[in-house]
Design a protein around this ligand. Structure first.
Ligand SMILES: [Zn+2]
Length: 412
């Protein structure tokens, strides 16, 4: 089993060790007799850094993991060459990443304890991602006020700069200490993280020495999950970086609205109301336009064999407005057959006939769209389809008009 130096000192970034095993497949890796590198476990992600060899060469440690038999495996960027078991090496932890992890993880202890102290809400899991962390609370409800109170208490504990001690006790002793969380019975000796007079819990992670080193805790999104509520948070430098990013986004949004950042929600709400109202007006205008155009088209179309055939290809008209026009055409008169098309933004077809007319627009559309490399269909009286290109639309519509035998078609 690897001797885990971080168990005793989370601020040890530089250590000596002896190589015990090296391997090249499936990935280059090595095992040391002791290490300060933290392997992913308990919700906390691994450390990165480098291993320095006696000849002065260095290899990056890209991932660190636990093996089933208690070893810590250091995955390397490249295979180690000519390194035998017994070689003395030096390990160097990336301090910035370690400090960030200590802030997040210690922040989690304080926050989880705050939820217990204030509302008796236990944390059932902890997750650390690259940009934020989260805890899952075992509770059916969680209010904004509770979130605010827990955040306030956590930051008070941080401000009080309480000592964070590491203690090792037997499982029997631990049972009488009133731990916030007792791990499953695997080992006889437990490592306890003791935030003075505030929280005592068993944990194998890396933590700060004083709560002040956490800096601060900032709670963010809260959402329901299967087991209760998930609360996202960031601590320390991450909190500052996140607040900075939020502020930038908010400032950019405010600039778009020429407003102060605090007025952004109100202005967005107002703009959305305006958009809804304009959309309604636009729909109404389009309907009026369609009615007027339908009337004009019917007035200029001669009747042949008792029917009026309207054939039109539009540019720059969306499918919906073409459909609207078709609906108006067949509603205005009982003897209309409309073959309409638009070339952009999407080449499309709309066929319609007044109820009672003898053709089958759905079948006609299916056949036509397929001929033009697209798909379409619909009911006996109304059908629509999309086609591959707009080039052959005019000619195709004229051809259909001839085939229907409704008389000479007017194709503008
Ligand atoms: Zn911990």
């Amino acid at each position: 089993m690897t001797d885990r130096l971080y168990y005793h000192d989370s601020f040890l970034y530089d250590f000596d060790a002896e190589v015990q095993e090296t391997t090249e497949s499936p990935r280059p890796a090595l095992v040391l007799d002791r290490t300060a590198f933290y392997p992913t476990s308990g919700g906390q992600v691994f450390d990165t850094g480098s291993i320095e060899f006696p000849n002065g060469s260095k290899l990056r440690v890209t991932e660190v993991a636990d093996s089933v038999d208690g070893k810590v495996i250091h995955y390397l960027e490249a295979p180690v060459k000519d390194v035998q078991p017994g070689t003395r090496v030096r390990g160097l932890i990336d301090p910035e990443r370690r400090r960030d992890h200590m802030q997040q993880h210690s922040g989690q202890h304080v926050l989880s304890a705050a939820f217990v102290r204030l509302f008796n809400l236990p944390t059932v899991s902890f997750h650390m991602a690259d940009d934020y962390c989260s805890i899952d609370l075992d509770t059916p409800t969680l209010t904004k006020e509770q979130i605010g109170s827990a955040e306030r208490l956590a930051n008070e504990i941080i401000l009080e700069n309480r000592t964070v001690d590491i203690r090792f006790v037997t499982r029997d002793d631990a049972a009488s200490l009133g731990l916030r969380k007792l791990p499953p019975a695997e080992r006889d000796e437990l490592r306890l993280i003791d935030i003075r007079d505030f929280d005592l819990t068993a944990c194998g992670g890396t933590h700060v020495r004083q709560t002040g080193q956490i800096g601060c805790v900032l709670l963010r999104k809260a959402e329901t999950v299967r087991q209760g509520w998930r609360v996202e948070f960031v601590a320390g430098q991450r909190a500052v970086a996140t607040a900075r990013r939020d502020f930038t986004v908010l400032t950019d949004s405010a600039a778009l609205l020429s407003a102060h950042i605090y007025d952004v929600p109100q202005l967005i709400s107002k703009s959305l109301d305006e958009i809804r109202s304009l959309r309604k007006q636009r729909e109404q205008s389009l309907e009026e336009l369609a009615s007027a155009q339908a009337a004009a088209l019917l007035a200029e179309t001669a009747e042949a064999n008792g029917r009026k055939l309207v054939v039109r290809t539009f540019a720059d008209r969306d499918l919906n407005s073409v459909k609207l026009l078709a609906q108006r055409l067949v509603r205005l008169s009982a003897n209309v057959v409309a073959l309409l098309a638009t070339t952009s933004p999407q080449p499309s077809l709309v066929f319609a006939q007044s109820p009672g007319q003898p053709f089958d627009m759905g079948a006609l559309m299916k056949e036509t769209a397929s001929t033009l490399g697209g798909r379409g269909g619909g009911s006996k009286d109304m059908a629509q389809g999309g086609v591959a290109g707009g080039e052959r639309l005019d000619a195709t519509l004229s051809g259909i008009a001839q085939k229907l035998g409704v008389g000479s078609a007017k194709v503008p």
